[in-house]
Ligand binder design. Structure first.
Ligand code: FES
Length: 111
């Protein structure tokens, strides 16, 4: 049986907000976009480094795209696809999750 880890209450992230999550060696982040939570590995496909420059800051000014703070790559929130910047066409790695009693949970080995 995989170990199930609770990440946060679904209510913790308001509409248009994002949150970084450190889980042992894993660095993840979640975005609430139009009522849907998207969970990704916090790793830019350009240089393999975290996306944010300040805690929980993952979106562009209009909150329409995920933005890498290092070279400005833009990723779609719903698919994690880079549509502008040095890694155009590459994707963030989505993380599969479940909602259990209002909490976002992942299996320890989920990817
Ligand atoms: S490291 Fe993210 S765009 Fe270069």
């Amino acid at each position: 049986m995989p170990k199930i880890t609770t990440l946060f209450d679904i209510d913790e992230i308001g509409e248009g907000a994002a949150k970084g999550i450190q889980l042992g060696q894993r660095n993840l982040f979640a975005v609430n976009h139009q009522g849907q939570i998207y969970l990704y590995e916090n790793r830019c496909p350009h240089k393999g480094i975290p996306l944010e420059w300040m805690p929980d800051t993952f979106l562009d000014a209009e909150k329409q795209y995920i933005q890498c703070s290092t070279h400005g790559a833009l990723f779609t929130i719903d698919q994690g696809l880079c549509i502008a910047g040095p890694c155009n066409g590459a994707s963030l790695k989505p993380i599969t999750y479940d909602v259990v009693e209002g909490k976002i949970c992942i299996a320890e080995d989920s990817d």
